[in-house]
Design a binder for this molecule. Structure first.
Ligand SMILES: NC(=O)c1ccc[n+]([C@@H]2O[C@H](COP(=O)([O-])OP(=O)(O)OC[C@H]3O[C@@H](n4cnc5c(N)ncnc54)[C@H](O)[C@@H]3O)[C@@H](O)[C@H]2O)c1
Ligand SMILES: O=C(O)C[C@H](O)C(=O)O
Length: 333
C-alpha cells in the first residue's frame, strides 16, 4: 500500500461529485493500492448537503479512504494537495451555450488558481471540469504562476467517450475495439471530434463509415450531446461527466498504453505540432508517461479538419480575451 495522497474535489455537494467521489474512493482512479485523503470543497449554503455526502462515504466503508475532510476554506482544501478535480461551478441550463457561464464561473477559477499557487504542492495535477472548462483552466493556471502550466488540464474526455460510443453503435462493435478518436479544441459546440485517425478492431473508421456521416451527423451529434442531455434530463450530464473525469485523471496518473492516445485540454505550448496559437487551452491527442503528457505529433490534418480547428481556435481566443477582461475588471473593484 502506498502512502496516502491528498485529493480535492470541488463542488463536492453537486451532481457530478456524487458519482465521482464513489469512483475515487473505490480505487478506480488511483488504483486499488493507493490510500486517499479526500477533501471536499463547497460553498457555505451547501454544507448541510455535504454532511450527508460525508455520511454516505463513511457508510460505503471504503478501505482506501483514510480521511474525509469537508470544508469551505480553499486554504484547508488545497494545502499540500496532490490532485485536484475542479468541478464546482454553475452548470448551464437549456438554451445556453457553455461560454454564457464565463462571467459567473471564471472568477471561481481565478480565486482557486491563486489559492493553489499559495497552498498546493508544486507538482499538483489539476483537472478542470467546471464550464467553460478550457478557459477556466487557462485562468486557473494564469493565477498560479508558481505551478507549471503543464499541470493544468481541461476535460474533453467526455466528448471523446461520446465519440467512441457513437462509432461503436454505428458499426455494431464492442466499444473496447474503438481507438484513437480525438477531440480537437474547445469543450463547446465548436469542438472537432475527429475520426480520420480512428480504428475499430484495427480497421480505419474511414473504411467502415461513409465520409458524409463522419463530417456531418457524427460531428454535430458529439458537439451537441451535452445540450441533448440537458434537454432530456433538465440537468446537465453528471454520471458520464464523472466517469470521464475519472478516466482523464486515471490515465494521467497511471499512463496511456502504447499506441492508444487520449484527448486532453492543455495549455498550448509554443511550436506545438499542429500550429495552434500559444497560450490557450486546446484539446489535442496526448500520450502520457511518468505522469507527464505530450502532444502526439504526426496525425494528418486535411483541409476539412484545418477549417474546423480554425473555428474552435477563434472561439478560444475570444473566450480568453473575455475571461481576462472579467478578471481584470474584478481586480479594479
Ligand atoms: N467538461 C465537461 O465535460 C463537463 C461535463 C459536465 C458538466 N460540466 C460542468 O461541471 C460543473 C458542475 O456541474 P454539476 O452538474 O456538478 O453542477 P451542480 O450545480 O450539481 O454542482 C456544482 C457544485 O459546485 C458548488 N460550487 C459553486 N461555487 C463553488 C466554489 N466557489 N467552490 C466550491 N464549490 C462551488 C455548488 O455549490 C454545487 O454544489 C458545471 O459548470 C457543468 O457545466 C462539465
Ligand atoms: O453541456 C453541458 O453544459 C454540460 C457538459 O459540459 C456536457 O458536455 O455534458
Amino acid at each position: 500500500m502506498s502512502e496516502p495522497i491528498k485529493v480535492v474535489v470541488t463542488g463536492a455537494a453537486g451532481q457530478i461529485a456524487y458519482s465521482l467521489l464513489y469512483m475515487i474512493a473505490n480505487g478506480d482512479v488511483f488504483g486499488k493500492n493507493q490510500k486517499i485523503i479526500l477533501t471536499l470543497l463547497d460553498i457555505p449554503p451547501m454544507m448541510g448537503v455535504l454532511e450527508g455526502v460525508v455520511m454516505e462515504l463513511s457508510d460505503c466503508a471504503f478501505t482506501l479512504l483514510t480521511e474525509v475532510i469537508p470544508t469551505t476554506d480553499v486554504a484547508v482544501a488545497f494545502k499540500d494537495v496532490s490532485v485536484v478535480f475542479l468541478v464546482g461551478a454553475m452548470p448551464r441550463r437549456e438554451g445556453m451555450e457553455r461560454k454564457d457561464l464565463l462571467s459567473a464561473n471564471v472568477k471561481i477559477f481565478k480565486v482557486q488558481g491563486e489559492a493553489l499557487n499559495t497552498y498546493a504542492k508544486k507538482d499538483v495535477k489539476v483537472l478542470v471540469v467546471g464550464n467553460p472548462a478550457n478557459t477556466n483552466a487557462l485562468i486557473c493556471s494564469h493565477y498560479a504562476p508558481s505551478i507549471p502550466k503543464e499541470n493544468f488540464t481541461a476535460m474533453t474526455r467526455l466528448d471523446q467517450n461520446r465519440a467512441c460510443a457513437q462509432i461503436a453503435q454505428k458499426v455494431g462493435s464492442d466499444i473496447t475495439k474503438v481507438k484513437n478518436l480525438f477531440i480537437w479544441g474547445n469543450h463547446s459546440a465548436t469542438q472537432f471530434p475527429d475520426c480520420s485517425n480512428g480504428t475499430v478492431d484495427g480497421k480505419p473508421v474511414t473504411d467502415l463509415v461513409d465520409a458524409s456521416y463522419l463530417e456531418n451527423e457524427f460531428v454535430t451529434t458529439v458537439q451537441k450531446r451535452g445540450a441533448a442531455v440537458i434537454a432530456a434530463r433538465k440537468m446537465s450530464s453528471a454520471m458520464s461527466a464523472a466517469k470521464a473525469a475519472a478516466d482523464h485523471v486515471r490515465d494521467w496518473w497511471i499512463g496511456t498504453q502504447s499506441g492508444n492516445y487520449v484527448s486532453m485540454g492543455v495549455v498550448t505550448p509554443k511550436d506545438n505540432p499542429y500550429n495552434v496559437p500559444e497560450g490557450i487551452v486546446f484539446s489535442f491527442p496526448v500520450e502520457i508517461k511518468n505522469k507527464q503528457w505530450s502532444i502526439v505529433p504526426g496525425f494528418k490534418i486535411n483541409d476539412f479538419a484545418r477549417s474546423k480547428l480554425d473555428i474552435t481556435t477563434k472561439e478560444l481566443l475570444e473566450e480568453k480575451e473575455e475571461a481576462m477582461a472579467v478578471c481584470n475588471a474584478d481586480a479594479k473593484i
